[in-house]
Design a protein around this ligand. Structure first.
Ligand code: GLY
Ligand code: MN
Ligand code: MN
Length: 414
């Protein structure tokens, strides 16, 4: 039984009585004319199937003690095969997912109608959808739309959200998932090292981003974990700077926040280094404060601790430390984000909320920063941590961050 089968078993185990779960792989929204945005598979669908193709549907249900799983996939289309490549065949979908029953996507409605007809005698029959959405006014997902249709046609039907169940599962990473994150981090390191070797005054931030992407391509990494932040000088004080198009100046710092992926699992790493290869005394002074904040989180991250407690440790440390360095405004002037989030199939992965306790097997980030706009200094150092019962492992330990190591590496051979 492969990992996807095992996960679907766990989902079945979580269901009470007669019930169904329906998940959609999603479809890329149209962008302009006949061009669509890049497709990005629904991560919960992927988590349960290992399939990353558009417009597929997973239906799992238990009725009268028997469990069934069916995949609905778009039919093979000869013309499309010649234009953009062949769609996935049923056998391939079965090989990856271990779901034996594969039907035509167009037959979904009839199958659901038949299932609801057969389940009529059980008023407790419940259909589970992934009802998660990030923003209230975002376009409705396939799950919301499909459920809305069922509400009209089957007014008494029980509809519930499977998202919390899947969140609970995804929070705890198994060995395979951790190995994927390790590989993604390793590729990210190769990219950062190449950026450090490339950095010099006069080049554009865009070149740095391009260098990172080139290394990812060389490593056969198909996608970035998220939009790369390549920020020099005062742009590094903008938390999620996106433009990446300014000239990098002598004497300034460069902040990169980026990640490779491996089998959709993300790395999320930030490093800050001097564009000319040597920190100024002031840059080094601030850098070392951030490094100390990071160490505090590292020393305290373990099962039973809450993310908001880790963040509070950083805030408390900054409150005491920053005034000693002439930074006497409120801490929120210099540090205005949280120190950590979960990491996995999504960069900002599923979580139980800031108040929930860490558990062994969680992977989280450790990313304190300091942003001093009037000095043009923005520093963030971000590592990825695997949580154990009694501590944590820095998965990204290979990526240099000690200021001496950075200077030595950047000036090697000069
Ligand atoms: N790269 C986004 C973040 O660090 O959360
Ligand atoms: Mn990041
Ligand atoms: Mn992060």
């Amino acid at each position: 039984m492969n990992q996807y089968s095992k996960r679907r078993h766990s989902v079945f185990d979580s269901l009470q009585g007669n019930a169904a779960v329906i998940l959609f792989s999603g479809k890329a929204p149209m962008r302009s004319a006949d061009e669509a945005y890049d497709f990005s598979v629904d991560r919960n669908f992927y988590y349960l199937t290992g399939l990353d193709k558009e417009d597929m549907v997973l239906l799992m249900y238990r009725l009268d003690g028997t469990e069934h799983e069916t995949l609905f996939i778009p039919p093979y289309d000869e013309t499309m095969a010649r234009w953009v490549g062949g769609r996935m065949l049923a056998e391939e979908a079965t090989n990856i997912s271990e779901i034996k029953s594969v039907e035509d996507r167009g037959d979904l409605d009839d199958s659901i109608a038949s299932l609801l007809n057969r389940s009529r005698k059980d008023p407790a029959f419940t259909m589970y959808f992934d009802f998660w959405h990030y923003e209230k006014d975002q376009p409705l997902t396939a799950a919301h739309n499909y459920a809305a249709g069922l509400r009209v046609n089957y007014p008494g039907l029980n509809l519930k959200d499977i998202y919390p169940t899947l969140t609970g599962m995804r929070l705890i990473k198994d060995e395979y998932e951790i190995s994927c994150i390790r590989k993604a981090i390793h590729t990210t390191n190769l990219g950062i090292m190449q950026m450090m070797r490339t950095a010099k005054p006069g080049i554009n931030e865009m070149t740095m981003e391009g260098v990172f992407n080139f290394v990812l391509a060389q490593s056969l990494c198909k996608r970035n974990a998220f939009h790369t932040i390549a920020a020099s000088g005062e742009r590094a004080t903008i938390l999620h700077y996106q433009d990446n198009d300014q000239i990098m100046n002598d004497g300034e710092l460069f902040l990169c926040d980026l990640g490779a992926t491996n089998d959709y699992y993300c790395a999320d790493i930030s490093r800050t280094f001097p564009i000319n290869g040597v920190f100024t005394p002031r840059q080094r002074e601030i850098y070392e404060i951030v490094l100390k904040a990071q160490k505090i989180v590292e020393d305290n991250a373990k099962a039973g601790v809450k993310l908001k407690e880790l963040n509070q440790l950083v805030v408390d440390f900054y409150k005491e430390e920053l005034p000693k360095h002439g930074l006497d405004k409120d801490v929120t002037e210099y540090y205005f984000h949280s120190v950590s989030h979960h990491l996995g199939l999504d960069t900002h992965d599923v979580d139980g909320g800031l108040g929930s306790m860490l558990q062994a097997g969680n992977v989280i980030t450790n990313e304190p920063g300091l942003y001093i706009a009037d000095e043009g200094i923005g520093i963030r150092i971000e590592d990825d941590l695997l949580i154990y019962e009694s501590g944590c492992e820095v998965l990204s330990h290979e990526i240099i961050k000690d200021p001496d190591d950075i200077e030595r590496y950047m000036n090697k051979g000069q």
